[in-house]
Write a protein that binds this ligand. Structure first.
Ligand code: PLP
Length: 397
């Protein structure tokens, strides 16, 4: 694989390719084999042995995402974002505390609550926008689990903070550097779900997070045609624990999906640039629309998270926003159904714009307004996107 140090928008194109040798393929081949030839004693570090342990087809995407996030350990590809999330959350031992934002992707919250139900961990919810209270919660978790910075067991963290910034679906922004620094000072392991931002926008490892996960289903793969996840870290013990988790749980990506993921990743920089530009315009215009009560988008100078976002989302403000409409659940649903260009569907990060009333999911908390629509902005013409929204909003005029 290639190893040159290029800027990120070049490396998404040039990274993870076969060596530059005469007649080598330009793209990595898809390896469809469940096992590998071998007779000697197994070298568990260097031998592939069996396709649950290793597959070359994963490595291109792993190399590119790890490099973009600034990780010094190899990236780990998973068959879904949730499998990547599990590779971190499942590490906590009996008696642990997991700090989880008040608003976060529901399946990640459910995974933590499942651990609580099974008597493994205690889940403490925190308000990401209130840094002082998050630090107090970290101090409390450290005191109750007895962790200290010098004795952290990264393979079995007793205290773990799960961070999403911006949060799904409320688009709240937290002071991630301050939270990660406090976690480090106290011996709490910090994990950031960077799905909404991508490493081109925000690089949590650079401000002290221990591990970063992605639902690569979203922006990284970018075409709503594949489910994948990635986790990356610079901590060797954490990397080994997540690798062990992947192997023993069989949480491996299919070679076809891995190949599609890398193919999609090639255009990440241009897709994200265009989607973010569209999102900024839509957030500004929707903020002026009489049917819209509130827009949350970190790129709006009036947004509560804007100042923090400017400091830590150095590559832009992402391409997801949410709007609260001046109507009830049924009215918001009528708006969604009246859209002709936007696709009403869950998920985000594809080239096509998607919209969803989040409370249609029974497990979203009551603190999410019934009329909140989450918009994942794609790469279409921004005027077409806006006109379609304006037309649909006539449903509640
Ligand atoms: N994290 C976030 C922020 C998400 O939005 C999602 C899915 O929507 C996931 C994780 C889970 O990813 P996947 O659906 O690929 O398992």
């Amino acid at each position: 694989m290639t190893s040159e140090r290029f800027s990120a928008d070049t490396f998404v194109v040039s990274g993870g390719r076969p060596a530059h040798e005469h007649d080598a393929p330009v793209n990595p081949p898809i390896i469809l084999s469940s096992t590998y030839r071998g007779t000697d004693t197994v070298d568990t570090v260097n031998d592939r042995v069996y396709a649950r342990f290793a597959n070359d087809t994963w490595e291109g995407m792993e190399e590119v995402v790890a490099r973009l996030e600034g990780a010094t350990q190899p990236g780990l590809l998973f068959p879904s974002g949730m499998a990547a999330v599990a590779s971190v959350i499942d590490l906590v031992p009996v008696g642990s505390v997991i700090l989880v934002p008040k608003h976060a992707y529901m399946a990640s919250v459910t995974m933590c609550k499942d651990l609580e139900r099974r008597g493994i961990a205690e889940v403490v919810r925190y308000d990401l926008e209130d840094t002082a209270s998050v630090i107090a919660a970290l101090e409390d978790a450290a005191a109750r689990t007895g962790v200290t910075p010098g004795t952290v067991d990264y393979a079995a963290p007793k205290a773990l903070i799960w961070i999403e910034s911006p949060t799904n679906p409320m688009l709240e922004v937290g002071d991630v550097p301050a939270i990660c620094a406090a976690a480090k000072r106290l011996g709490v392991v910090s994990a950031v779900d960077n799905t909404f931002s991508t490493p081109l926008v925000q690089r949590p490892l650079s401000f002290g997070a221990d591990v970063v996960v992605h639902s690569a289903t979203k922006f990284l793969a970018g075409h709503s045609d594949v489910l994948l996840g990635v986790s990356v870290t610079s901590n060797e013990a954490l990397y080994q624990a997540m690798l062990h988790h992947r192997i023993t749980n069989g949480a491996i990506a299919g070679p076809m999906e891995a190949w599609l993921g890398l193919r999609g990743l090639r255009t990440l920089a241009v897709r994200v640039e265009r989607s973010m530009a569209n999102a900024q315009v839509l957030a500004e215009r929707l903020g002026e629309h009489p049917a819209v009560v509130q827009v949350r988008y970190p790129g709006l100078p009036t947004d509560k998270g804007h100042e923090l976002a400017k400091k830590q989302m150095t590559g832009g403000f992402g391409a997801v926003l949410c709007v609260v409409l001046n109507t009830d659940a049924a009215g918001a649903q009528r708006v969604v159904e009246a859209l002709k260009l936007w696709t009403p569907a869950t998920s985000l990060g594809g080239v096509e714009s998607l919209v969803e009333r989040r409370r249609r999911h029974g497990n979203e908390p009551d603190s999410i307004p019934e009329s909140l629509l989450r918009l994942s902005v794609g790469i279409e013409n921004v005027d077409d996107l806006y006109d379609d929204l304006v037309n649909a909003l006539k449903e509640i005029a």
